[in-house]
Design a protein around this ligand. Sequence first.
Ligand SMILES: NC(=O)c1ccc[n+]([C@@H]2O[C@H](COP(=O)([O-])OP(=O)(O)OC[C@H]3O[C@@H](n4cnc5c(N)ncnc54)[C@H](O)[C@@H]3O)[C@@H](O)[C@H]2O)c1
Ligand SMILES: O=c1ccn([C@@H]2O[C@H](COP(=O)(O)OP(=O)(O)O[C@H]3O[C@H](CO)[C@H](O)[C@H](O)[C@H]3O)[C@@H](O)[C@H]2O)c(=O)[nH]1
Length: 332
Amino acid sequence: MKVLVTGGAGYIGSAVVHQLVAGGDEVVVFDNLTQGHRAAVHPDAVLIEGDLSERGAIDAALSEHRPEGILHFASHTLVGESMEFPFRHLGNNVRCGLNLLESAVDHGVRRFILSSTANLFGQPDRDLIDEETTISPGSPYGESKFILERILHWMDDRFGMRYAALRYFNACGALSPDLGEDHDPETHLIPLVLQVALGQREHVTIFGDDYDTPDGTCIRDYVHVADLADAHIRALHALDGGSRTYNLGSGTGFSVREVIETCRAVTGHAIPATVGPRRPGDPAVLVASSERIRGELGWSPRYDDLRTIVESAWAWHQSHPRGYGDRAPHAS
Ligand SMILES: NC(=O)c1ccc[n+]([C@@H]2O[C@H](COP(=O)([O-])OP(=O)(O)OC[C@H]3O[C@@H](n4cnc5c(N)ncnc54)[C@H](O)[C@@H]3O)[C@@H](O)[C@H]2O)c1
Ligand SMILES: O=c1ccn([C@@H]2O[C@H](COP(=O)(O)OP(=O)(O)O[C@H]3O[C@H](CO)[C@H](O)[C@H](O)[C@H]3O)[C@@H](O)[C@H]2O)c(=O)[nH]1
């Protein structure tokens, strides 16, 4: 299949692009490279440097390449930042998504995959979050993704757009030692902890240890990018059977302290940690039930062991301590 992948130079998108190309699909990446990296794009994929806020740029890409499907990863992605700058997230994510969908409809594209999020659920009152759990976005970021899910519902209803909304829990790990996570600024827990082991930070700050959890720190469901890629490919090829929505996680939660302990064990570094205040917008516990995608598409996570996840991330960070190395050095 020929597909257009927005955000295909970013962390998760680039991993999915590599797996799509490996499976024989033809890929066009559309990315403004604000967080993405040229070097992360598979050499057999076409890279268009463009911004989704410009409808004309999307139209040009779809007219030239005529993809059958779109995978939409490009987004503002940070929960905490969206609490501080709600309009930035709501405006950008919804406007860019609408531009893309309107152009897709005009160009006859009828297959669409959306990167959605566990943040749709706020802090649910159940242990495992399935697709029937009440939607109550925990931040403007989560709200922007829910709005896009609702827009997709109407695209299907009005235009026969078959979509999959994939609600990832916490993406983690590296597809290979040469393809991993490189954000600026980095805000995600595992890369930050590993940067301490690399000697690039003095310590990691735990955002609150007074949550109602066994060790007082937040619990998250860490799902490996290789497993996310597998889910995208299965969902893409299942769309002819109709639109679908899936929660994607491994079904096991790990606390912030457990993540730091595992990073200590894998790296052999003491990794000093201090406790700071809670981060606005952070729910205490988010763990997925992915029974629906397991049952319908036969997906199951292969990398659900935290040590294996951290080992794959550590292999990437060790071989690329400055990431892809394409950022201007920070003034100190
Ligand atoms: N990382 C996670 O744990 C996680 C969890 C749930 C959902 N998600 C979602 O998955 C998707 C990918 O996340 P990621 O961690 O790979 O993020 P990322 O920042 O690494 O990738 C996003 C990519 O989109 C590009 N981009 C951003 N705005 C753009 C625009 N206006 N036009 C064109 N390109 C643009 C960036 O340059 C970047 O390459 C996002 O939609 C995010 O909300 C991520
Ligand atoms: O320096 C840090 C960084 C993070 N944390 C904690 O570690 C956990 C994981 O935080 P991340 O920033 O790594 O990830 P988030 O859970 O905030 O968010 C991620 O998963 C969400 C879905 O749950 C979103 O979709 C979002 O895009 C994606 O970044 C949270 O409890 C956070 O409070 C710390 O204690 N210290």
